[in-house]
Every structure is written in structure tokens, then in C-alpha cells.
Ligand binder design. Structure first.
Ligand code: IMP
Ligand code: MG
Length: 347
């Protein structure tokens, strides 16, 4: 068994979705896994030229891969049904492809109401904080509990997830361990939103780092590649003070890069890329391939600036700025392992 991981190195919205699709085209994965987050995430991808936003289901399902929602995730069944129906409308055989870990915790209407009515940090309002609190308070509702409650006459769960299988992922991946199966682990959110590494309390309630695949049943010694994704500038959605609102370039980047959240439609705040922080995210996640997205947007801006921690640095042209990034990261990545990519470029 081997596995690859895709992780966000900033605040989510780095363009992980397109890297997932690129990898699915290049490699013969057998299984795709989501290992963190829930309906707060949103991967925007194109399937036969149609825009599809997947929140909870791995993008691999668009390529007819067995797709698993792992134990590190939480789910909102009503929203999941919506996604399942949208995929079925694209003729995807969701019933046989989608599998859900029996340990996944379920978001209730009460969780959502609580998240929205008492939200000091600017959450996505999806119930993430209350559901994870209940999980760690050991009074949450795992999906297997709901299944056990169902009877032949009263099977509400089936109304939501159809014939999708609920599986024991420990059993599932232990059985896979001595095979030659290849798993793609699709991360959600990013390093700076991680409950421990991020800017607490302006974080999400799970881990967003590569090591968290383990909690969904992927053995660490199966990992071949960790693809880290960032943008050439930073964006963030939430109540933390983030950008200098007097900075014209940020306003321009927001327009040029169409920086709106795919889950909430909120304007994203903008800042320069912090290469010091990026370097940390690369080390902690064990990234061995870096994809720097939206370079074409930066090129249109004509203001080639980045940060090293607090220090702001500007460059005469974009080539010089890219060279600086390569040199800054040379102790953790070879130049060949860094891809500077345009917004629409395929990986
Ligand atoms: P929550 O995960 O909904 O509790 O939100 C916590 C913080 O993480 C907020 O600042 C959200 O805007 C941010 N966040 C959560 N999920 C995503 C995502 O998928 N992309 C970008 N930001 C996110
Ligand atoms: Mg997203």
C-alpha cells in the first residue's frame, strides 16, 4: 500500500482541488480519502467543463474512485445528500463509490444554530466547533449510532446517504496494508487554520496537517509524497485582523484573483506571502512537492512583494521574487520540487 497527501499551507483556498484533479489524471489511485474538516470546506473543480463544488466528498469520486470520508471528518447529512444528488445527476455511481467511516461525527441543526448565534471568530457557520466539542466531550453522535437506531420501516439514514456503505476504516486500511493499493488523501483547510498550528482562536476545530491522515486509518509508513499547496499571496476569511485595508494592491489582488469564499461567498482578506511561515508549514507537513498557485494573478499586479515574518520585501520583477522564494526554501526543497503555477494551469 502507498499513499499521497495533499495539504494546504496557508488559510485554505490555496487551489488544492485542481492539484487533486491533476494527480488523479497522472496516477492510478485506487482510493481517495478526506481526512479532516467537513461542510466548512469547499473544493471547486471542473468535471466535463461543469463547475462542481464538493464540500465533504473526495474529488476522486468524479474519476470513479472509491471515495472515503474518514474518521477525522465531521459530516452534515442534509448537505451530504445535496452533494450526493448533484453527483448522481452527473451519472456518478455514488452508492457504490462513496464510503463513510463509522466513526464520523454528525452535525445537528442545534450545532449549526449554536455556531451561528455565538461566533466570535467568523466561522463558516457549519456547526464545526460545536460538533467537535461534543466529540471531545465524548457525547457526540457517530454515524454508526444513527445506523444502529434504524429499522426496516424507519430508515431515515438511507434517505440521506442512499446505499453508501458505512465502514470500519481501521479494518479497511489494515486489510489494504499488504496490497499494492494507492490512496490519495485530500486535505481541507490549511496550516494556519489548524487547531494547534494556526492563529488560535481564529482556527478550525481539527488538524489540517498531513500527520492527521493517521486518525482516519492511513499508516504513516505508506506515505510517498506530500504535496503542499499555497498561493503566491495569502488570503483569509474570518474575524482576525489580517490585511492592511489601505493597501491598494490587496484590493486589486482580490479583484484579479476573484477572492471570494466558495462555501460562504464572503470576501477574502488579502496579505503578502510570508515565506518564513511557508517554510515552517513545509517542514511540519513533510512536504516534498510544493505548488505555488495564482502566479499569473501576481504577474498582472505589477507589485512583486512578499514578507519574511514581519519584514516586507519588494522585487523589481516577478522572476526575482520567484528566485528569492526558491533560495529561501533551498534547505527544505530542491528547485525541481517547486512548481509556480497559473490559476488555470493544470498540474
Ligand atoms: P469553521 O471551520 O467553520 O469553524 O471556521 C473557522 C475558521 O476557518 C474561519 O475563519 C473560516 O473562515 C475558516 N475556514 C474553515 N474552513 C475553511 C475552508 O475550507 N477554506 C477557507 N477557510 C476556511
Ligand atoms: Mg476551499
Amino acid at each position: 500500500m502507498k499513499s499521497d497527501i495533499i495539504v494546504g499551507l496557508q488559510y485554505g483556498d490555496e487551489g488544492k482541488g485542481k492539484v487533486v484533479l491533476g494527480l488523479l489524471e497522472q496516477n492510478n489511485y485506487d482510493v481517495c480519502l478526506r481526512f479532516n474538516g467537513g461542510p466548512n470546506a469547499g473544493h471547486t473543480v471542473y468535471h466535463n467543463d461543469q463547475k462542481v463544488i464538493l464540500h465533504q466528498i473526495p474529488c476522486g469520486i468524479l474519476y470513479n474512485k472509491v471515495s472515503i470520508i474518514g474518521s477525522g471528518c465531521v459530516i452534515d447529512l442534509a448537505k451530504l445528500k445535496f452533494e450526493i444528488d448533484a453527483l448522481k445527476a452527473l451519472d456518478i455511481d455514488v452508492d457504490s463509490l462513496l464510503k463513510i467511516s463509522k466513526n464520523v461525527h454528525t452535525i445537528t441543526q442545534k450545532h449549526i444554530e449554536e455556531d451561528i448565534s455565538n461566533d466570535p471568530i467568523g466561522s463558516t457557520g457549519s456547526g464545526i466547533r460545536p460538533v467537535n466539542r461534543d466529540k471531545y466531550d465524548r457525547k457526540g453522535i457517530r454515524i454508526i449510532k444513527l445506523k444502529e437506531r434504524m429499522t426496516e420501516e424507519d430508515n431515515v439514514l438511507e434517505e440521506y446517504i442512499g446505499k453508501c456503505e458505512i465502514i470500519d476504516t481501521t479494518e479497511y486500511f489494515c486489510n489494504m496494508f499488504n496490497t499494492n493499493k494507492y490512496v490519495l488523501c485530500e486535505g481541507a483547510q490549511g496550516f494556519n487554520l489548524d487547531i494547534d498550528f494556526g492563529h488560535y482562536p481564529y482556527v478550525t476545530s481539527t488538524h489540517c496537517v498531513s500527520g492527521f491522515i493517521n486518525s482516519s486509518g492511513i499508516p504513516i509508513n505508506t506515505v510517498e509524497n506530500v504535496y503542499g499547496i499555497c498561493k503566491i499571496y495569502e488570503t483569509y476569511v474570518g474575524k482576525m485582523e489580517f490585511e492592511d485595508t489601505t493597501e491598494d494592491s490587496f484590493q486589486k489582488l482580490r479583484e484579479l484573483g476573484d477572492e471570494k469564499g466558495s462555501t460562504t461567498g464572503r470576501d477574502r482578506q488579502i496579505n503578502w506571502l510570508d515565506v518564513h511561515r511557508l517554510n515552517q508549514a513545509i517542514i511540519i507537513n513533510s512536504v516534498n512537492k510544493l505548488i505555488v498557485n495564482k502566479c499569473d494573478i501576481m504577474e498582472q499586479l505589477d507589485d512583486f512583494t512578499l514578507k519574511e515574518n514581519e519584514k516586507i520585501m519588494s522585487f523589481g520583477d516577478f522572476e526575482k521574487m520567484k528566485r528569492h522564494i526558491v533560495v529561501y526554501l533551498r534547505n527544505v526543497l530542491d528547485e525541481d520540487d517547486i512548481i509556480f503555477s497559473g490559476n488555470k494551469d493544470r498540474i
